[in-house]
Ligand binder design. Sequence first.
Ligand code: PLP
Length: 442
Amino acid sequence: MSNRLNVAPNDLSAFWMPFTANRQFKQAPRMLVAAKDMHYTASDGRQLLDGTAGLWCVNAGHCRPKITEAIRQQAGELDYAPAFQMGHPIAFELANRLVDLAPDGMDHVFFTNSGSESVDTALKIALAYHRAKGNGSRFRLIGRERGYHGVNFGGISVGGIVANRKMFGTLLTGVDHLPHTHLPAKNAFTRGVPEHGAELADELERIVTLHDASTVAAVIVEPVAGSTGVLIPPKGYLKRLREICDKHGILLIFDEVITGFGRLGTPFAADYFDVVPDIMTTAKGVSNGVIPMGAVFVKKEIHDAFMTGPEHLIEFFHGYTYSANPIACAAALGALDTYKEEGLLTRGAELAPVWEDALHSLRGEPHVIDVRNIGLVGAVELEPIAGHPTKRAFSAFIKAFESGFMIRTTGDIIAMSPPLIISKEQIAELIDGLRGVLRAID
Ligand SMILES: Cc1ncc(COP(=O)(O)O)c(C=O)c1O
């Protein structure tokens, strides 16, 4: 137990909190002071069941010994080493371990420190790849409405969440968007992958025709859109996107920052949907969220296209001071060991039916207008309060915190993605807790 329990910071004003209603928070702070396995400890000593794996990242649960020990040991041995023109062994070990896990053909990894950096890295690789191949006219990037690709300029440009874009000027030029795939009139309360909407992928043909294929570099989508409220792709949709990209020589990027590392019951969503992208962005689960880290996987052909010219020259002018940071690499190796020993990258598949039944038992509870699930991800969409969008879900979030568990809300959608170590009893506890919350809020 933390020795900081009950010691509240005495001034909350200096920290401008990210993606937070700062004024509301600072009037009634929700402080976490410790965590272990499936639980957080709040500053008043209460245990909170973690229904969200932190921010979709703590896939192996909290303070897992292999990870903690790896970090401790690495910090005392090699704390920092540059990855520009220098190397350290565990960065290479980690890269090899990661490509072994990845779909066949994704043989190379570029390290970053976050999902946002992974996305911007992937977009730059796509643009530079086409140039390296003599196709410099391919400069356009296609994202999707309601997509979330982090908060850097590339990511918000291809992203499709309006609130994340509207304050920030012209963003990247040469970007277009596919329509989102949320069809509640046809697909509400679907268990798993929805039936309707594969034809929405054909919109890519329309966009490509409009701009001409020779100008389009890449399409980026989340296989399952997470942050916008768990939008699961319709049956056949991702395969269709893959076919259209292949037909026109366009790179397909899967943003697997949430879906990577076991969230759907397979190592990656590419495995779940049996669709292999050209580039795959990851972060979060790669290090169990414990130390910031991201990894961009690329197919061999893409990597090899850069490996030309005089050998003393840098092939790709991109990288971060903390790319392949030794302590982050150690944390990631500890995470991969934990995933492997406990079978966590496929455990979601065993639990998915239990999770699905539990979630769908909320159908008919007050305010519920849709329930969605896949792997160990779920969403419960609420009818918004007229004239006050997001308020109902926010009340649910606060009530849940008061009642002893953590959920996440986006708009009027409650999203859940528990650590992959959750037990069946804890699934029941989480969903029954949410039932109580739905019955208690206005
Ligand atoms: C699909 C996706 N891409 C990118 C990001 C951004 O990751 P980060 O917050 O680590 O920059 C997220 C974060 O939730 C995400 O869900």
